[in-house]
Design a binder for this molecule. Structure first.
Ligand code: XLS
Ligand code: CA
Ligand code: CA
Length: 443
């Protein structure tokens, strides 16, 4: 073994149960424990995000980097890239997460030309492939960073200059190659700077058409190279641009319908992006699942700051609702929970990366146990079911099947008289839900 980057964690993190007070142990995540018919690790499919975990510096809009990572000390960028890959696989192995995720430019530096950038990427992807083989860690999804380089200031696929789009295409081509080489289960498109700040200088109609054409090219390329995983598109309402085209799940589903892409892409839903859009996490998950297009999840949390703060998920109530959606859709196919989350600027130590991930993994494992119990008890579902019972037969079923007319409904309403006022019992349901959240017996 080469250099050890995380000596503070000498053994892989183990499950010790809720009575443990060891902070470097799982209290809920018990990878092989079978819940709702499969092991926890197969429900949750945890992934570590390379960009935040390995390349995060703690910078914010008011100041640059503050961490001194031992894997960032090499004398050349490529040396640092190799060291970072080693450190990453040490971290993910010790965490016992089964997957990782990356952007092309997280793992290998941009070169002075397309050829040099491609060569850098290829060299590091070969290294990553070797580390995957050694450790058994797999790639949940890959992606391309089409937003950091100055050329992408006005967007990549939606740039007014097609040469910029061509550079983006070159990157996506090689990022898809890398994903295929690493056996990735998915490939993600997040909007980056695909949006605008002012309509005074923007052709919105054309930019959306450019984006659709770009996605079609990329998907055609991936399939032509034998990629069999899922392509994801990740909604976000704003930041960095004022108006991002992929605002939220509903907007993205409309876009996919409009450009005939519904069968080609699933959605990767990030919790913090949902709250930035003025929704709850569970709202966007339900919206994507209802359209049959929920593919994967970026697990995190945004607090009151109003930015995409990418904190680790700790909100049990929200994540129980998330797991209810995932369990009810029959679990992930190729997706999983990727921690698109970072330690706070003041959490300087490498051990803080473990605390963040362990906290997130335990939150989601605990949520899985509670969601499973809620489904088994059936009380919450039975209430919802009973609320909509009128739609199962008679006039309700006829409306749903498209067999009813306005004339017929007018006649029905006139004959039946006024509808009874029925309480939605929200307060009671909230109290019942809280009994599960605060139960000491679900672990
Ligand atoms: C940024 C996004 C990004 C995507 C991958 O806000 O969350 O990290 O997940 O490009
Ligand atoms: Ca994300
Ligand atoms: Ca984010």
């Amino acid at each position: 073994m080469g250099k050890e980057y995380f000596p503070e964690v000498s053994q892989p993190i183990a499950y010790e149960g809720v009575d443990s007070d060891n902070p470097l142990a799982f209290h809920y995540y018990d990878a092989d424990r079978v819940v709702a018919g499969r092991p926890m690790k197969d429900h949750l499919r945890f992934a570590v995000a390379y960009w935040h975990t390995m390349r995060g510096t703690g910078s914010d809009p008011f100041g640059g980097g503050v961490y001194d990572r031992p894997w960032g000390q090499g004398s050349t960028e490529m040396e640092q890239a190799h060291d970072t890959m080693d450190a990453s696989f040490e971290f993910v192995s010790k965490l016992t997460a089964p997957f990782w995720c990356f952007h092309d430019r997280d793992i290998a530096p941009e070169g002075g030309s397309v050829a040099e950038s491609n060569a850098n990427l290829k060299e590091i992807v070969d290294h990553a492939e070797q580390k995957q083989n050694e450790t058994g860690i797999k790639l949940l999804w890959g992606t391309a960073n089409l937003f950091s380089h100055p050329r992408y200031t006005h967007g990549a696929a939606t740039n007014p200059d097609p040469l910029v789009t061509a550079h983006a295409a070159a990157q996506v081509r090689r990022a898809i190659d890398a994903t295929i080489q690493l056996g990735g289960a998915g490939y993600t498109f997040w909007g980056g700077r695909e949006g605008y700040a002012s309509l005074i200088n923007t052709n919105l109609k054309q930019e959306r058409e450019q984006l659709a054409a770009f996605l079609k090219m990329a998907i055609a390329y991936g399939r032509s190279q034998g990629f069999e995983g899922d392509f994801y598109i990740e909604p976000k309402p704003g930041e960095p641009t004022t108006h991002q085209y992929d605002y939220d799940a509903a907007t993205v589903i409309g876009f996919l319908h409009e450009f005939d892409l519904m069968n080609d892409l699933k959605l990767n839903i990030e919790a913090n992006h949902c709250t930035l859009a003025g929704h709850t996490f569970e709202h966007d998950l339900q919206t994507a699942a209802a359209a049959g297009r929920l593919g994967s999840v970026d697990a995190n949390h945004g607090a009151i700051l109003g930015w995409d703060t990418d904190e680790y998920p700790t909100d049990l109530a929200s994540n129980v609702q998330a797991l209810l959606v995932v369990l009810k859709m029959g679990g992930f196919t190729n997706g999983g929970f990727n921690f698109d989350a970072k330690v706070r600027r003041g959490s300087f130590d490498t051990v803080d990366l473990f605390h963040g991930h362990i906290s997130g993994m335990d939150t989601l494992a605990h949520s899985l146990l509670i969601a499973d119990r809620i489904i088994q008890d059936g009380e919450i579902d039975a209430f919802i079911d009973q609320r909509y019972a009128g739609w199962k037969e008679g006039i309700g079923a006829k409306i749903l099947s498209g067999g009813a007319t306005l004339e017929e409904l007018e006649e029905y309403a006139a004959a039946q008289g006024e509808a009874e006022k029925r309480s939605g019992r929200q307060e009671l349901r909230e109290r019942l839900f809280n009994k599960y959240i605060y139960s000491k017996n679900i672990h």
